[in-house]
Design a protein around this ligand. Structure first.
Ligand SMILES: Cc1cc2nc3c(=O)[nH]c(=O)nc-3n(C[C@H](O)[C@H](O)[C@H](O)COP(=O)(O)OP(=O)(O)OC[C@H]3O[C@@H](n4cnc5c(N)ncnc54)[C@H](O)[C@@H]3O)c2cc1C
Length: 297
């Protein structure tokens, strides 16, 4: 087994927290950025029986707890970031590690609409599908047709849209690792697409914190309500706890404002949930994915 780890550059005791947008949290037992499908398949087929295996994208929707993960973390390498347009079939194929800004830029260059919203999101295609990322009336599942995944048994499987349920910031992809996905192509005028992107970027700059360590929206919006409105109603905008802070710009954004730990962020989040429940009997659900274990004190 050690031979396999060494051959494919697995890093041990790797500082995983630094790979996330929050920049907080502990280490993982083993980390690999892989450009090889077969390495991912072997890791899942054989090593998942011994260690938990987790996939990360850009780490933009992730809190790694301070005690880290006693398992293997995989990140898809550049080989999985290819974007291909099949003009005759009107199909767009996107690799699992393609970054959102690359996807939206490619679509703009090729007059493809439906992906403008990705210019405001800092994730990767794989993370987008898992979370069913969306904003400004668009979601990644809108034009989605099918994806190739490696499942938890290390098998390569084609999943059609009907095989997956997409909900609000959720999907039933489970432990599947998305290698690539295909989308229906809808064309529009370049100017219209560009104008939409410009509006999104301008609007984001006005309404969201920029250049800060955050994980985007902390909680999903409850039915017929907005998480930020509820957080404002309990007067938590700007609230700090340890090194964590509720953003002044957007109260559903938590920030690592002063060398926060992941525990600082989670405790502030849980405090918000308790206060909102006590006052409104509304249960806020974490949108940010939290993994690993708490550090022993
Ligand atoms: C400033 C900011 C603004 C944001 N705005 C929005 C927004 O407007 N709308 C929105 O929806 N989100 C938003 N987000 C959240 C985040 O960018 C999205 O959820 C994004 O889709 C996560 O992608 P990621 O690659 O960073 O995934 P990660 O954070 O790395 O992981 C998130 C989940 O996806 C899984 N995952 C990652 N890669 C794969 C893969 N290849 N196959 C299968 N599963 C995978 C992980 O296991 C994990 O469960 C924002 C975040 C930030 C920091």
């Amino acid at each position: 087994m050690l031979k396999f780890f060494n051959k494919y550059n697995f890093s041990f005791n790797y500082d995983l927290g630094s790979k996330t947008w929050f920049g907080t949290g502990g280490k993982c037992l083993c980390y690999i950025t892989s450009d090889s499908e077969s390495v991912i398949r072997i890791t899942l087929k054989y090593l998942k029986k011994i260690f938990p295996v987790f996939i990360i994208g850009a780490g933009s929707n992730l809190i790694v707890r301070d005690g880290g993960i006693n398992g293997i973390v995989i990140k898809l390498g550049k080989a999985f970031s290819k974007i291909t347009l099949y003009k005759k079939k009107s199909i767009l194929e996107i690799g699992g590690s393609a970054k959102d800004y690359q996807i939206s830029k490619f679509c703009l260059e090729n007059n493809i609409t439906g992906f403008e919203f990705l210019s405001g999101i800092p994730g990767t295609l794989g993370g987008n599908l898992k979370m069913n990322a969306g904003c400004y009336g668009q979601e990644i599942c809108d034009n989605f047709l099918e994806c190739v995944v490696i499942n938890s048994k290390g098998k390569k499987v084609l999943k059609k849209k009907d095989d997956i349920s997409f909900g609000y910031r959720s999907s039933t992809l489970g432990d599947d690792i998305v290698i690539s996905a295909k989308f229906r192509v809808i064309y529009d005028k370049k100017k219209k697409i560009n104008d939409k992107i410009k509006t999104i970027i301008k609007d984001r700059k006005k309404s969201q914190p920029f250049g800060v360590r955050t994980g985007g929206s902390t909680f999903s919006n409850p039915k017929n309500n907005s998480a930020w409105k509820l957080i404002d109603a309990i007067k938590y905008r700007g609230k700090t706890s340890g090194g964590a802070k509720v953003s002044e710009y957007h109260s559903n954004f938590l920030l690592n404002s002063n060398s926060a730990t992941s525990l600082d962020l989670e405790l502030l989040g849980e405090d918000i949930r308790t206060k909102v429940w006590d006052k409104y009997k509304i249960k806020l659900e974490w949108e940010i994915v939290r993994i690993g274990k708490h550090k022993k004190i």
